[in-house]
Design a protein around this ligand. Structure first.
Ligand SMILES: NC(=O)c1ccc[n+]([C@@H]2O[C@H](COP(=O)([O-])OP(=O)(O)OC[C@H]3O[C@@H](n4cnc5c(N)ncnc54)[C@H](OP(=O)(O)O)[C@@H]3O)[C@@H](O)[C@H]2O)c1
Length: 292
C-alpha cells in the first residue's frame, strides 16, 4: 500500500468545540488542553493531583478563558471513578467533539488498585475503554467526533498475554505499558468499526520520546533511563504538533495511526479485527465480573 502523506486526507479544520483530555493536567495532555483553550474550545481535563488541576484553571483565568475550563479530579485506575466522571461529563456536555487519552503512570512494581485490578491495565486500558464507549453518545452528537488515543501504536499482537492480562506472572512495568498500548490499538479497531457510521474518527498516536513529567514509580535502572530521556528526548512543543494537527483536522478514515507524525498502515495483522473483537468480548466479561 502506498503510504498516504501526512496531510493528504484530512477533514476540514474544526472550529471551537468541546474537548475532554484524560491526563490533561500535565505533559502532552496539558499542552494540548492549553493550546485548544487558546483556540476557543471548552476544555475539561482529568487528573489525580488537585494542584495540577488548579494550575490549569489558573492558566485559564490568566488567559481570559476561565468560563471554558474545567478540572475533574479523579483516579482513572478505579472503575467507579471512571464511571462517575463519565456520568458527570455526559450531564455537562451533551456534545463532545474531541476526546483525548493521555493519562499514564509507570509502575516498576506490580500494584493493584483498591478494586483489585492491576494498575497499568486499569488506568492505561480499561479507563480508555470505558471513556470511549461511555461517551459515545455525546461524541455521536458532534458533527466531527474524534477520539485521539495517545499511547504507542504498531506493536505486534504477541505482546498480549491473553491468559494473564493483569501480569500476575512475571510482571514488568514496561511490558505492562507495552501490552496496554497494544490493547489500545485493538480498542481503536473495534471503536472505529462500531462508531464509523456515527462519523467517529479514531486516531492512535505515538508521540515518541518526549520530555514530560514521565511520572511513575521506577526501579534504579529505569530511573537512569528516564533521566537520560529527560536530557535527550524532544520537547513537548514538538510532540504536540502532530497531535494538535489531528485534533484540528481529523484524518478522513475511521481508524488511523501515527508514530511521530508518520502514518502506519492499519490494515496489517497488527490491527487484526478478529483479535480486536476477541479483546472486546474479554473486556466486557472482565468488566462485568469486576463490577459483580
Ligand atoms: N512522554 C513520552 O516520552 C511518551 C512516549 C510515548 C507515549 N507517551 C504517551 O503520551 C501520553 C502523555 O504522556 P506524558 O508523558 O505527557 O505524561 P505525563 O507528563 O507523565 O502526565 C501524565 C498525566 O496523566 C495523569 N494520570 C496519571 N495516572 C492517572 C490516574 N490514575 N488517574 C488520572 N490521571 C492520571 C497525570 O495526572 P496526575 O499526576 O494528577 O496523576 C498527568 O496529567 C501518555 O498516554 C503516554 O503513554 C508519552
Amino acid at each position: 500500500m502506498s503510504q498516504p502523506t501526512y496531510a493528504s486526507q484530512r477533514t476540514a479544520p474544526r472550529g471551537p468545540g468541546i474537548l475532554v483530555v484524560t491526563g490533561g493536567t500535565d505533559g502532552i495532555g496539558r499542552a494540548l488542553a492549553e493550546r485548544r483553550l487558546g483556540l476557543g474550545d471548552t476544555v475539561a481535563v482529568i487528573g489525580r493531583s488537585r494542584d495540577k488541576g488548579e494550575a490549569f484553571l489558573a492558566h485559564a483565568r490568566r488567559t481570559g478563558a476561565a468560563d471554558r475550563a474545567h478540572f475533574i479530579r479523579a483516579d482513572l485506575g478505579l472503575l467507579t471513578e471512571n464511571r462517575r466522571v463519565i456520568d458527570r461529563l455526559r450531564d455537562a456536555f451533551p456534545v463532545i467533539d474531541t476526546l483525548v487519552f493521555c493519562a499514564r503512570y509507570y509502575r516498576a512494581d506490580r500494584a493493584e488498585t483498591a478494586e483489585g485490578i492491576e494498575e497499568t491495565f486499569a488506568h492505561f486500558y480499561l479507563s480508555r475503554y470505558l471513556f470511549g464507549h461511555g461517551l459515545a453518545d455525546s461524541l455521536g452528537r458532534s458533527a466531527h467526533p474524534v477520539v485521539v488515543n495517545v499511547a504507542g501504536p504498531g506493536a505486534g499482537l504477541d505482546v498480549i498475554r491473553w491468559d494473564d492480562l493483569e501480569f500476575r506472572d512475571g510482571y514488568h512495568g514496561g511490558a505492562a505499558l507495552g501490552q496496554a498500548g497494544k490493547l489500545n490499538d485493538l480498542l481503536g479497531v473495534t471503536s472505529a468499526e462500531r462508531y464509523a457510521e456515527a462519523g467517529l474518527r479514531y486516531v492512535l498516536v505515538h508521540p515518541g520520546a518526549t520530555v514530560t513529567s514521565l511520572a511513575g514509580q521506577y526501579d534504579e535502572a529505569t530511573r537512569r533511563h528516564i533521566e537520560e530521556m529527560q536530557r535527550t528526548a524532544k520537547p513537548i512543543t514538538q510532540a504536540l504538533e502532530p497531535i494538535a494537527a489531528v485534533v484540528d483536522r481529523a484524518p478522513g478514515q475511521p481508524l488511523s495511526a501515527f508514530v511521530e507524525g508518520r502514518e502506519l498502515d492499519v490494515r496489517t495483522a497488527d490491527f487484526d479485527v478478529t483479535a480486536a473483537r476477541r479483546l472486546d468480548e474479554v473486556t466486557e466479561a472482565f468488566l462485568e465480573n469486576a463490577s459483580a
